[in-house]
Design a protein around this ligand. Structure first.
Ligand SMILES: Nc1ncnc2c1ncn2[C@@H]1O[C@H](COP(=O)(O)OP(=O)(O)O)[C@@H](O)[C@H]1O
Ligand SMILES: [Mg+2]
Length: 257
């Protein structure tokens, strides 16, 4: 069996969408496409994935509509939610490897993809080491000027300091446009894409729009539906126009899973 692929949505700036995209892509793979995954929350400044999971458990308890959805889903799914392993950047790889080995030992399905939620502070040695241990890095970038500069600087530091010098496991690094006002790349995206191509970096074709559906996580009571959950697939009504299916499909073709 092939080794699990290590994937991170990473960049140094908060708010670009690392944790959101990690949860969305992990959940889509696991709950919609039946691909075994595990997530490692090693963003010690926030532990957002762990917060998401606690939130998801709580809203399911409190919201009868979600409780019914959950019950219906798991009676057919017949598998557990994927694990979210909470750890520090320095222990993250060992924790992930131990988890994968234990699954094999117990005769359970080994994860095909391990997602790491990392804050990309490049001046911290253990984080640099962790980033260098990834197989694939996706750098969320938004059209906000500060975010944009920060994501480009991050991607180019990783590319020049690691990928180009072969001092890493990283096979590919790509930017991914998030919170864009249009469903296709806007003018500024194309200008930046052209610039980053001179640095040897490309962005994914898929663009994620800025949309309130990203906040649909069950905190509104009633049957409003859910888009981002670590325990359920996204509600089908939120998929058209979200480009989530396209994102997952493009990522799968890159990471070969
Ligand atoms: N495409 C999007 N449209 C609207 N809001 C988004 C989108 N992507 C992320 N967000 C929101 O932006 C905020 C920051 O996202 P988050 O994933 O926590 O960033 P990071 O992990 O990079 O700090 C969250 O409130 C999230 O819901
Ligand atoms: Mg985060």
């Amino acid at each position: 069996m092939s080794e699990p692929v290590f994937v991170a949505f990473a960049t140094q700036k908060g708010g670009a969408g690392k944790s959101t995209l990690t949860a969305l892509v992990a959940s889509y793979l696991h709950y919609v496409q039946n691909v075994e995954v595990v997530a490692v929350d090693c963003d010690s400044t926030q532990h957002t994935l762990d917060v998401y999971r606690k939130h998801d458990l709580l809203v399911t308890e409190e919201n009868p509509t979600l409780r019914r959805t959950m019950h219906r889903f798991y009676s057919e799914f017949k598998k557990e939610p994927y694990e979210i392993l909470l750890t520090s950047p320095s222990d993250a790889v060992a924790v992930a490897e131990r988890y994968c080995n234990e699954r094999v030992f117990l005769g359970e399905e080994e994860p095909k993809v391990v997602f790491f939620d990392i804050t990309g502070t490049m001046n911290v040695p253990e984080i640099v080491k962790l980033i260098a241990s990834m197989d694939y890095i996706f750098v969320p970038i938004t059209t906000e000027t500060g975010d944009m500069a920060s994501s480009i600087a991050f991607a180019s530091n990783v590319y020049n300091g690691m990928v180009a010098t072969c001092d890493t496991c990283i096979k590919e690094i790509h930017l991914v446009w998030n919170k864009v006002n249009t469903r296709e790349k806007s003018n500024i995206c194309n200008v930046i894409d052209k610039y980053i191509s001179t640095l040897g970096i490309s962005s994914l074709n898929t663009v994620l729009v800025k949309s309130t559906r990203f906040e649909k996580d069950g905190k509104e009571m009633g049957g409003n539906g859910i888009f981002r959950s670590t325990m359920l697939p996204p509600d089908k009504k939120f998929l058209p126009g979200s480009n989530l299916e396209e994102l997952v499909s493009e990522i799968r073709s890159i990471i070969k899973v």
